[in-house]
Design a binder for this molecule. Structure first.
Ligand code: NAI
Length: 252
C-alpha cells in the first residue's frame, strides 16, 4: 500500500503517532519518526528497525518553523517526501473558558495550530515541485462537537479543519491532497489525560462509552488505519475532508 513511500510523522513518540508509524512501516513505507521528545521518537524507530522495518528518528519541536523546514528539506533530499502527518498535539487542563491560564491558551495554539502550519509550509514546496503528496492533519472530535471546559483545545482543532480545507483548495491542482482526521476519545495520550483528570476516571470512561453508538472508546490503531488510508493512493480522490473516526459520537 505504501511501498517506496516516505512518510514524515510528527509527535511520533506517542500513542496515535507511534501506532501510525508502525502501520505505515508495515504497509511498506520508510517512516521518519519525529517528536519533541527525541528519545521517545528514537525508541519507536528502534522498535521498528528491530522488526525489520525502515525507520529513522529525529527530535523536532513543531513550533520551530526553521527547524521544521530544515528537517523536511533534508528528508526530501535524502529519501523523498510523499506524505506528512501533522500529528503532534497537546491538550490542556479542564477549565471553564474564562479561567484558562493565558499561558496554557498560548501553548495549545502554538503546538496545535502553528505546528500544523509549520509542517504544511515546510512540505508544500517539495510536494508541489514533484506534483504529488498527501498531507494529513490530526484534528479532533472537539472541532465538531461542543465539549465543556475544552474551549482552547476545540478552538485549535477547529482551526486545523478550516486550514486543511483552505490548503486543499489551494494545492489540489499541484497534485497535493490535504485531509484532516477527527478522532473521538482514544484511551491514550490526550484522551487518557482528559479522563484521568476527572474525580472518578473509570466512571467518566463508562459514561462516555454510553454516548458512543458503537458503545466503546476507540483504539489508536483505529485512527492510524484511517491516516494510512488518507496517505495512500486508495484515497486518491479525497481532499479537503475532515474524516470523523469517532464511533458515531458526533451523529448521536
Ligand atoms: P500523545 O500525548 O500520546 O502524543 C502526542 C505526541 O506529541 C507526544 O509524543 C508528544 O511528545 C508530542 N509533542 C507534544 N508537543 C510537541 C511539539 N511541540 N513538537 C513535537 N512533538 C510534540 O497524544 P495522542 O493522544 O496520541 O495525540 C496525538 C494527536 O491526536 C494529537 O494531535 C491529539 O490532539 C489528537 N487527538 C487525540 C485524541 C485522543 O483521544 N487521544 C482524540 C482526538 C485527537
Amino acid at each position: 500500500m505504501l511501498e517506496n513511500k516516505t512518510v514524515f510523522l510528527t509527535g511520533g513518540g506517542g500513542g496515535i503517532g507511534s501506532e501510525t508509524a508502525r502501520m505505515c512501516a508495515d504497509a511498506g513505507a520508510r517512516v521518519i519518526v519525529t517528536d519533541i521528545d527525541g528519545d521517545a521518537a528514537q525508541s519507536v524507530a528502534d522498535d521498528l528497525t528491530g522488526d525489520g522495518y525502515d525507520a529513522v528518528s529525529h527530535a523536532l519541536d513543531v513550533t520551530d518553523p526553521d527547524q521544521f523546514s530544515d528537517l523536511v528539506s533534508a528528508t526530501a533530499d535524502e529519501y523523498g517526501l510523499d506524505a506528512i502527518v501533522n500529528n503532534a498535539g497537546i491538550g490542556h487542563d479542564a477549565a471553564v473558558t474564562e479561567e484558562v491560564p493565558l499561558s496554557d491558551r498560548d501553548r495549545v495554539m502554538d503546538v496545535n495550530i502553528r505546528g500544523v502550519w509549520n509542517g504544511t509550509r515546510a512540505a508544500l514546496p517539495v510536494m508541489k515541485a514533484q506534483g504529488s503528496g498527501s498531507i494529513v492533519n490530526v484534528s479532533s472530535l472537539a472541532a465538531i462537537v461542543g465539549l465543556p471546559k475544552q474551549a482552547v483545545y476545540s478552538l485549535s482543532k477547529g482551526a486545523v479543519v478550516s486550514f486543511t480545507r483552505a490548503v486543499a483548495a489551494e494545492a489540489g491542482r499541484a497534485g497535493v491532497r490535504v485531509n484532516a482526521i477527527c478522532p473521538g476519545f482514544i484511551d491514550t495520550g490526550v484522551g487518557a489525560e482528559y479522563f484521568d483528570e476527572s474525580e472518578d476516571p473509570e466512571r467518566a470512561r463508562e459514561i462516555h462509552e454510553q454516548l458512543y453508538p458503537l458503545g466503546r472508546l476507540g483504539e489508536a490503531s483505529e485512527v492510524s488505519s484511517v491516516i494510512r488510508f488518507l496517505i495512500s493512493e486508495e484515497s486518491s480522490y479525497m481532499t479537503g475532508n475532515a474524516v470523523r473516526v469517532d464511533g458515531g459520537y458526533s451523529i448521536s
